[in-house]
Design a protein around this ligand. Sequence first.
Ligand code: OAD
Length: 250
Amino acid sequence: MPGYDDLIEDVASSILSSKHTVALTGAGISVESGIAPFRGKGGLWERYDPEEYAHIATFMQNPARAWVLFKEMIEVIRRAKPNPAHLALARLEELGLLSCIITQNVDNLHQSAGSRNVIEFHGNIINLSCIECGKKQRCSEVSLDEIPPLCACGGVLRPDAVLFGEAIPFDALVSSRKEAEACDLMLVIGTSGIVQPAASMPLVAKDSGAKVVEINPEETPITFIADIFVKGGAGRVLSDIIRRVEDKLR
Ligand code: OAD
């Protein structure tokens, strides 16, 4: 069994020899920024039933209830800063070693870390839209003292995040699939790998001949197709990987 250092060496070499690396990230990459994941101990779905709080049908029936969850998420995200894992991915892109990030996260932390090519697979919670007139507003410009927040036209505002029962934004789906088919290395970081269609991207990459590297403190349904599984938190593991990559480039 290779040890931790051997795995880091292997991932760093894979990144340096790859022509097209893509990262798929999930809530786990933002845990060290203080944002709770959805599943597992301390996850949001322990306290909020997603069908009740995050489904488009229940949002339309009772937006004030859904906004209890959105408001909590927005307040946590407003205070959060990118952690070493986000920064490592931004550095890889800057070095020309990462083509794009497909993220399921709605927290904008990859962009705050400096990543430019980010596909927001589940939209984001930073922008709000009016369900009546469609007008978009930055979340930071809207008071959440009273929920649901309303547009000037009187319509209810909603986050531009994908709710249960809604389709993935078409452009995000098409470009993610293209990236998954084209890459020769996919880094799968901090996702439970159970929410479709995001969870199928590593399979698409693998079927197209890519190497799959997974970084997670726990095994997931993706682990069995991973060529390399690095068990651990994204902050430490990605910091070690970027350090090794930069050492090799010297
Ligand atoms: P989950 O909450 O399902 O899974 C989080 C994953 O992060 C788990 O596999 C954890 O083991 C892992 N994890 C925890 N701490 C970590 C750390 N420090 N470093 C790395 N990994 C860590 O989150 P997602 O897979 O992103 O969808 O969930 C997918 C989708 O389900 C979300 O985008 C959201 C949710 O319902 C929508 O809102 C549409």
